[in-house]
Design a protein around this ligand. Structure first.
Ligand SMILES: NC(=O)c1ccc[n+]([C@@H]2O[C@H](COP(=O)([O-])OP(=O)(O)OC[C@H]3O[C@@H](n4cnc5c(N)ncnc54)[C@H](O)[C@@H]3O)[C@@H](O)[C@H]2O)c1
Length: 330
């Protein structure tokens, strides 16, 4: 089995690459081309010298490149995306270009090849604020940000290629994934890093929204389950642990685990525009458990605490590597 992983140098991508290699599956890792020849998290030499790994620079929008490099692959796993919601307010066009056009490009390749499967990564953001909970795969789609709209468009393009051309696609939809290597744009790393940087007050946005936080090792295992399952083409799977925590609860828990005396400094710049804020995300993961045979391990309050402890430890040990840079464009 050879697999092309796009977005391989990113947060979830690098964990997935590691896991695939551990399972002795040959990986072609597509790294977005950049002038520094930076391979993101795959720059770790332990990975770079691995005989199961080939690294290729490029962009998911380059048809010929992706067609060529995926020729001998049984699957394309697409994790490439522009994922920052604040950035999507500023740069909606490039969001659509990568998150939608890029996926269309991959679909065309899989359509003309006929032998490979596209596993596409969606996001719980496609659902917007919960209309009902827990949110199953039939929950209405609501585009509350350009990012969400671009991901809805990509999901629908995948479904349309399945229905119209019988193209084998699988859609995996992580709810908020957290863990080692996540960038500071996400809430858990930004809280941990502010505490590590000894900030007297934590700069935060809205603390009331709730999220179904899923540890990255669990998210990655769902991709492995999808690879092993042939009868799920055209299916979508919600990947959350079916428990939500408010941002405030999360901050309190991290503060307790890091012995930090909590003082909050709400900042308007960190809040989404009112109608764009997604107030509640809570998954119904029954379909993934039953059909995908996904078995998340970091579940419930205890699981969340275990995942946070691993995450905090990683940020403590990698203080120099991971950015203390604040990522806020708005
Ligand atoms: N992290 C989460 O909580 C979360 C939740 C739900 C869904 N997702 C989805 O999971 C996927 C991976 O997210 P992540 O958190 O690892 O983000 P990430 O930003 O760490 O990784 C995204 C990767 O895509 C690459 N990329 C961007 N544009 C590209 C292009 N045009 N061509 C090739 N590569 C390109 C980036 O360089 C980066 O390595 C995304 O599709 C995202 O929408 C993430």
């Amino acid at each position: 089995m050879k697999i092309l992983v796009t977005g391989a140098e990113g947060f979830i991508g690098s964990h997935l690459v590691e896991r695939l290699i551990e399972k002795k599956i040959f990986v072609k890792a597509l790294i977005r081309y950049n002038f520094k020849n930076d391979w993101g998290w795959l720059d770790d030499m332990k990975l770079v010298k691995n005989k199961y790994l080939e690294i290729i620079s490029g962009d998911i929008n380059d048809y010929k490149l992706i067609e060529n490099i995926s020729k001998d692959c049984s699957h394309i796993i697409n994790l490439a995306a522009l994922i920052s919601i604040p950035y999507s307010y500023d740069a909606p066009v490039s969001n659509f270009y990568t998150n939608f056009n890029g996926v269309l490009n991959l679909l065309e390749i899989v359509k003309s090849d006929r032998k490979k499967v596209l596993i596409h990564t969606s996001t719980s953001e496609v659902f917007g604020s919960a209309v009902y909970t827990p949110m199953d795969e039939k929950h209405p789609l609501q585009a509350q940000s350009p990012y969400a709209a671009s991901k809805i468009a990509a999901d629908q393009a995948c479904m349309s290629y399945f229905h119209s051309y019988n193209v084998p696609i699988i859609i995996l939809r992580p709810f908020n994934t957290y863990g080692p290597r996540q960038s500071n744009r996400a809430v858990i790393p930004t809280i941990i890093n502010q505490i590590l940087n000894k900030n007297k007050q934590l700069k935060i946005g809205s603390v009331f929204p709730t999220r179904d936080f899923t540890f990255v090792e669990d998210t990655v295992e769902a991709f492995i389950c999808a690879l092993n399952n042939k009868n799920i083409y055209g299916e979508q799977f919600n990947l959350g642990i079916s428990k939500d925590f408010s941002i405030l609860e999360t901050i309190k828990l991290i503060s307790k685990l890091m012995n930090y005396e909590l003082k909050l400094r709400p900042e308007k710049i960190r809040k989404r525009p009112l109608k764009s804020e997604v107030n509640k995300l809570l998954s119904n993961n029954k379909k993934a458990l039953k059909i995908l045979k996904w078995k998340p391990k970091f579940t419930g309050s205890k699981g969340f605490q275990r995942g946070l402890i691993k995450t905090i430890k990683w940020f403590e040990e990698n203080k120099n590597i991971n950015n203390s840079k604040e990522i806020y464009t708005k």
